[in-house]
Design a protein around this ligand. Sequence first.
Ligand SMILES: NC(=O)c1ccc[n+]([C@@H]2O[C@H](COP(=O)([O-])OP(=O)(O)OC[C@H]3O[C@@H](n4cnc5c(N)ncnc54)[C@H](OP(=O)(O)O)[C@@H]3O)[C@@H](O)[C@H]2O)c1
Length: 254
Amino acid sequence: MKIFQLSFQKIKHCLTALCVIALTALTPSSAALANTIVIYGATGNIGSKIVAEALDRGHKVIGVSRTPESFKINNPRFSAVKGDVSNLQSMLEVIKGADAVILSVRGSGPNNYPEESLDYVASKVFIQAARQLGKDAPRVIQLGGGSTLYTKGVLGLDARPSTEGTAQHGLVWGHWLALQNYRATTAVKWTVVCPSGGYDAEGPRTGKYRQGWDETLVSENGPSKGISHRDMAVAVIDEIENPKAIKRRMTVGY
Ligand SMILES: NC(=O)c1ccc[n+]([C@@H]2O[C@H](COP(=O)([O-])OP(=O)(O)OC[C@H]3O[C@@H](n4cnc5c(N)ncnc54)[C@H](OP(=O)(O)O)[C@@H]3O)[C@@H](O)[C@H]2O)c1
């Protein structure tokens, strides 16, 4: 009888342990909950890496392009839609119901003026859309420019002057205008993420990076040497899963 009681106790313990293991495996942590992520620039250099990272981590992705037929992604959690980031009506239709929107777009206007840059235009259109959607508006993460960061308090744009009317001037100051646009809003859930030290386009996905705010990251070996497109994608999806930078700019680098 004692032997029977002992084995019964053991079986009971084993069953309890199995239940705990099964429940732990079936209960998703908040970081693992799937989001619906709209990605503008999903065909681009960095945007395409963000699409891959988001899909690998189980999220649902809506890739936006002016030519959605160009996507060659075969994944049941991916859908392609036609959209124009500079068009309010189009954006309202595309982003409705999403948890997060990524803006990873590039384009300049006929005069290369900063206020014509697609980054600035996209920020304006998103803010308008978010105001219309009100409490249902998704958060936005926009890719920014590293020269809008400070180094020992000096703005990168001031340290490396560029000439008005050139593509580079329009691009970098367009990023600055986009950042100021977001900073002037209080209701919109925005994040601008800038690389510290530029990009290594072909670099690997290491899954490791350092994160800071408005100052270029510096280590004991000097300023950050940049970040790969793939690790920028990791940082963007990390920020969606574990928000740390809502309503502020952040920087990432090695
Ligand atoms: N690559 C770098 O080294 C680097 C360095 C610093 C900062 N950044 C910033 O990172 C962001 C992404 O750069 P990237 O190099 O990945 O860009 P990219 O490869 O040139 O891609 C640009 C994307 O913009 C999309 N696009 C252009 N006009 C659009 C419109 N009217 N509506 C919707 N989408 C539009 C394009 O999509 P479709 O053609 O499919 O419509 C394309 O996917 C930019 O803000 C860029 O300034 C990049």
